[in-house]
Write a protein that binds this ligand. Structure first.
Ligand SMILES: Nc1ncnc2c1ncn2[C@@H]1O[C@H](COP(=O)(O)OP(=O)(O)OP(=O)(O)O)[C@@H](O)[C@H]1O
Ligand SMILES: [Mg+2]
Length: 239
């Protein structure tokens, strides 16, 4: 079961929102999804209480640096996809979570790379690769993009990051009320009512396109990297 991680050391970069959107869409398609809530504030566990329409989604609370690896192992046989929503901050949990990932997505708003936050995650991934030989696939995922931003402007951002050898998803997550309102609704996009939120259909289209692109990068059969021994060293270095 692939482990898909959302990481940016900057708080408020859009990690949890993207994790919820992707988890909801994968579960809607019938995949068995475990969403690991590693945020000490436990926003997802506390607020996502009306997800009964998605029986294949489970939210796993209280994930810490001490239990994340074992939890992923335990879920291995039950879940098709494990999604790990990391909190902000440069922590041992971040280093551990990255090391356990099949693919790391780094949500950044606009072209600012959420400045230092996204770059810090990319730096750790680079170090993992160069120092420990652990290569973890990763992509920047633009988020909170203005819906009227031109394809051309996005292409320019992608080209800029490509020059730095950073892969960027083609599909950004647009700034939409529906994404913001998931917490209030206590449910994913599929459980929201079109009369209660504007442009829900567009938000759902966006979620579908994003999930499709992620699925193409992280197909179901992909195992997480075999890196048990070097992973120890990584955790130490980043701690
Ligand atoms: N695509 C979007 N459209 C509208 N609002 C968004 C979008 N993405 C994120 N937001 C809003 O931005 C704020 C921060 O997003 P979010 O909680 O997902 O960030 P985070 O990286 O998980 O933060 P933290 O580091 O605190 O865990 C929230 O109020 C959320 O509703
Ligand atoms: Mg969060």
């Amino acid at each position: 079961m692939p482990v898909i991680t959302f990481a940016n050391t900057k708080g408020g970069a859009g990690k949890t929102t993207m994790a919820l959107v992707v988890a909801g869409e994968l579960a809607r398609r019938g995949h068995k999804v475990a969403l690991l809530d590693a945020d000490p504030q436990q926003w997802v566990s506390r607020w996502m209480t009306r997800t009964a329409e998605l029986p294949s989604l489970s939210i796993v609370s209280d994930i810490t640096a001490d239990n994340v690896e074992q939890t992923i192992k335990d879920l291995g046989k039950q879940a098709d996809y494990i999604l790990l929503d990391l909190p902000g901050g440069l922590t041992p949990l971040l280093a551990k979570g990255l090391g356990l990932s099949s693919h790391v997505f780094v949500p950044v708003q606009g072209c600012a790379l959420d400045a230092a936050g996204g770059a810090q995650v990319l730096d750790i991934l680079k170090q993992l690769s160069e120092v420990s030989g652990i290569k973890i696939a990763h992509s920047v995922a633009l988020t909170r993009v203005n819906s009227i931003i031109t394809t051309r402007a996005l292409q320019a951002v992608k080209a800029m990051l490509a020059r730095q050898h950073v892969h960027v998803l083609d599909t950004p997550l647009v700034e939409r009320a529906a994404f913001r309102d998931m917490f209030d609704a206590g449910t994913m996009l599929s459980g929201m009512k079109p009369e209660a939120v504007s442009n829900l259909d567009r938000a759902r289209d966006n979620a579908r396109a994003l999930a499709e692109e992620i699925l193409s990068l992280v197909p179901l059969k992909l195992a997480r990297p075999k890196a048990a021994a070097p992973r120890k060293a990584v955790t130490k270095r980043a701690a």
